[in-house]
Structure formats: structure tokens, C-alpha cells
Design a protein around this ligand. Structure first.
Ligand SMILES: [Zn+2]
Length: 458
């Protein structure tokens, strides 16, 4: 989806082609693109307008127009996911996704193509009113480190959703927020009012640097949709440090980059360069693990799916991760918690109030090969992605192992997907040693080797 650098590139390339031109007619092929105006009213309204300026505001291309020398509002284009603006000779064959075309007095046409039809080409009588609710421009003078420090401190929101909020700061989207936060060494879930004062100026500089460099490279093209008006792809995708690079090494420190989900947006980060915020109030105290209750089931299911998506990205086919259903997990955990398969089976949660931060599940070893009276199994430790690295996982593991020891088990085993290095490190730190036991995980057409690790219980 085009963000500030892509839209800036579009505006810059269109400017010399459009400024000074008069619109002589319009063809509307998708009335929905007009954002509410009828095709007839739009066509009548734009005819005779002179284009005085072409600029960008946030992620909008704004063409200021006049009629007979008097300001007449603006044409505002939002490319959304797949919109594309270009100026061509009228005999150029029309693409299958042409939505709006304006005839210009030099004989050429401004065309708006849009595969997905989420884009908008709107006539606004007052551009400022239309764009009124947007926050400041990140490359403008109003956005300085002092403003950012003040505004971050005044809010209590996680950094990523705040920076994506167009009413806070205009023009940033998923790619450039992830890139800027990595450069600034700040975790996307860090709360805005807890960003240390000395880290604000680096964040401000990182946002500007990422945008400026991306504009120099005419934006980023990681799919077929974004093309400049001249038809070429952007080049900044080759410079991404984290976006879309989960599973690959961090270019700064070499740690493996991860993908988590923040506010339903895929979020890419380096767990070493961008340390997870501590759980509000600290990881101890009331987050001490306790037995799961039926009222925890929905929250456990949510954590289960989110943690799976974060931990298994790149290991399991993405289609499988996308298909994970909170509802199915809810049924599974409802069953396991209400009617455990064995009296020695238990599910534990770390929670703060009603918010489940993570859970663990333990019981007799399954599978037949191991003696289920002697060997217990920790079947899962799952954490909400934003509390990974805060010590909650270790506390849950210790709790599950104590439970197994108290039920008379002499040994504990875990199974972990072979490529999941993070989980392997975690279990090694908890005293587990891989013993050569293997099985195969099967799900959604994928088969992946699972490795067994075991440790004695006191
Ligand atoms: Zn790093």
C-alpha cells in the first residue's frame, strides 16, 4: 500500500505534466471511485478546471484547481492499495482497470487505474477541510523532536499503532513505521509515554531518514501494484532492514528477525535491537501463574493463535497460519480445561486481571513410547507476543515443571519444531537436552520434523 514516499514520488512526477493544464473532459468507468459524487456531476464539475499545483498531503495526491482565475478547491486522489496515476496520449490502449480519465488541453489524458477499487478520485470544494483531521507532516517544520517528545508523553498508546494513526502523524504506514522503529531501537509495543527522553530525538531522526531515503529511491515496490507515473518500480525495498525479513538476520546485530501481530498488522522487528517493554507493573506479583479457569478460555485461544503466528512465521506455510481459528482453539481449550484428559493434566495462565498474558499446559507424556506414569510432558508454553522476553515464559515453565514433579513424574519432555531456534534456546535454558527422539508435525499439507528434549525432575 503506497505510503508517504510513494505518494510523494507520484506527486513529483505528475507535477510538470499537470501544472498549467486545463481539464477539457472526463470519463468515469467506476462511479464508486468518486467517493459519492455522480459521474454526471463530477464530469460537469471538473470540465474547465485549471490545475494550479500538484502536491502531497499525508498519503493523498492533491491537485489544487481554479476556474477563471479563482480557487475552485482540489482534486484529491487516494491510491489506497492498488491505485495508479499516469499521464498518457489518448490513443494509448486503456487498461482493464481504468476507473477515471481526465482529458487535458494538451491532448493527453490523466488516467487513474485501480485493480482493487479501494482507491478514490474525489472532487473537494475545500481541500483544507477535507484534509483537516490529519496530523502534521513528518517532513514538515511542525514535526520536530520537541513536538514528538510532548505528544508521545501526552499519550499512553503503543508506538506502532500511534505512529500509524494518521491523525497523530500523517503519511506513515506499515513499512516505514517498522523500519523507523528498528532504526530507533524501539519496540513497536513500547508505550509512547514510556519512551525515555533521550530516545525521542533518535526516533524523530529515524522517521525522517527512512522517508527521505525512500523518496530518493522513488518508494518501495514489493508487489506488482506500485509503479511510478513513469512506469518504473520503486527501489527502496532493497534497503529494508526489517520489513518482510522475518527469519533473516538483523543487519545491525545478526539476531534473527521476527514477525509479530500488533493491532492486526504484521510487524517486523529485531528482538535484540528492539527490546520488549516490561510487562506494565513488572513480571512478578499478580502475574504469578495460576490454574486456568473456564472464564480464561477465550483469552487463552486468542493468545494461542497470536503466539503461533508470531513463533511459526516462516516455519509453517503462511496459509496455515492465516487459517488458524480462534474459535477452534476456544473449543479445544474449553474441553481441556473443563474435562482434562487425565487427572494429572493441568493448564496454567499468567494473567493480569482478565488479560491472559501467556499459558502453559502439562500432563502425562503422550505417544506411547514413553512411560506415562514416569514421564510428564509440557505440551505448550505460549505468550502474547508483546510479553516475549519479560520472564513470563520462564515463570510458566518453572510452574509446569513443579506441577509435574508434584504429581510424581520423574522426567519431563517437550517437543519443538526443528526450525524453531528461539524455542530450542528457551527449552535448553530450562534444562532440557535433545535426546534424538523425532516425530513429524503435520498440518495443512506441511510436514515438519519435531525434536524431543527431556530433563529430569527433582
Ligand atoms: Zn538487531
Amino acid at each position: 500500500m503506497p505510503e508517504l514516499p510513494e505518494v510523494e514520488t507520484v506527486a513529483r512526477q505528475l507535477r510538470p505534466l499537470l501544472v498549467g493544464r486545463t481539464i477539457t473532459g472526463a470519463r468515469v468507468l467506476a462511479v464508486r471511485t468518486l467517493g459519492g459524487e455522480s459521474a454526471a456531476a463530477f464530469t460537469r464539475g471538473v470540465k474547465g478546471l485549471c490545475i494550479d499545483a500538484v502536491r502531497r498531503r499525508a498519503k493523498f495526491v492533491v491537485c489544487d484547481v481554479s476556474r477563471g482565475g479563482r480557487p475552485a478547491g482540489a482534486l484529491i486522489v487516494h491510491l489506497r492499495m492498488t491505485g495508479r496515476l499516469h499521464v498518457v496520449a489518448p490513443e494509448t490502449p486503456r487498461g482493464a482497470y481504468l476507473r477515471v480519465a481526465l482529458a487535458l488541453d494538451d491532448g493527453r489524458e490523466l488516467r487513474f487505474d485501480d485493480v482493487r477499487r479501494f482507491g478514490r478520485f474525489v472532487r473537494a470544494r475545500d481541500a483544507d477541510a477535507f484534509l483537516d483531521e490529519l496530523g502534521p507532516e513528518p517532513l514538515g517544520d511542525a514535526f520536530d523532536a520537541a513536538w514528538l517528545a510532548r505528544e508521545l508523553a501526552a499519550r499512553r498508546r503503543a508506538l506502532k499503532p500511534l505512529l500509524l494513526d494518521q491523525t497523530f502523524l500523517a503519511g506513515l504506514g506499515n513499512i516505514y513505521v517498522d523500519e523507523a522503529l528498528h532504526r530507533a531501537g524501539l519496540h513497536p509495543l513500547r508505550r509512547s509515554d514510556r519512551v525515555p527522553r533521550e530516545r525521542v530525538a533518535p526516533l524523530h531522526d529515524a522517521i525522517r531518514a527512512v522517508l527521505t531515503e525512500a523518496i530518493e529511491r522513488e518508494g518501495s515496490s514489493f508487489d506488482v501494484f506500485y509503479r511510478t507515473p513513469e512506469g518504473s518500480p520503486g527501489r527502496f525495498q532493497d534497503e529494508f532492514r526489517v520489513y518482510g525479513r522475518d527469519g533473516q538476520p538483523c543487519r545491525t546485530c545478526g539476531a534473527t528477525l521476527v514477525r509479530i501481530v500488533v493491532g492486526q498488522r504484521g510487524t517486523h522487528l529485531c528482538p535484540r535491537c528492539q527490546r520488549a517493554p516490561r510487562v506494565p507493573g513488572g513480571a512478578g506479583g499478580s502475574t504469578r501463574p495460576r490454574r486456568a479457569r473456564p472464564s480464561d478460555v477465550a483469552a487463552i485461544a486468542r493468545v494461542h493463535v497470536d503466539a503461533w503466528r508470531a513463533a511459526y512465521a516462516g516455519l509453517v506455510p503462511q496459509a496455515h497460519l492465516d487459517a488458524l481459528s480462534v474459535e477452534n482453539r476456544r473449543k479445544l481449550w474449553e474441553r481441556l480445561i473443563r474435562t482434562p484428559p487425565d487427572p494429572r493434566h493441568a493448564t496454567f495462565v499468567s494473567a493480569r486481571g482478565d488479560a491472559v498474558l501467556g499459558f502453559a499446559d502439562a500432563g502425562p507424556a503422550r505417544g506411547g513410547e514413553l512411560d506415562p506414569d514416569r514421564v510428564g510432558e509440557v505440551t505448550s508454553i505460549y505468550l502474547r507476543p508483546d510479553v516475549v522476553g519479560t520472564g513470563l515464559g520462564r515463570a510458566l515453565m518453572a510452574h509446569a515443571l513443579r506441577h509435574l514433579a508434584r504429581r510424581g513424574f520423574r522426567e519431563a519432555v517437550v517437543w519443538v519444531l526443528e526450525g524453531n531456534e528461539r524455542a530450542r534456546r528457551f527449552y535448553r535454558a530450562a534444562g532440557f537436552v535433545e535426546d534424538g527422539g523425532r516425530t513429524v508435525w503435520r498440518g495443512s499439507g506441511a510436514e515438519l520434523p519435531e525434536i524431543r528434549a527431556r530433563r529430569p525432575l527433582p
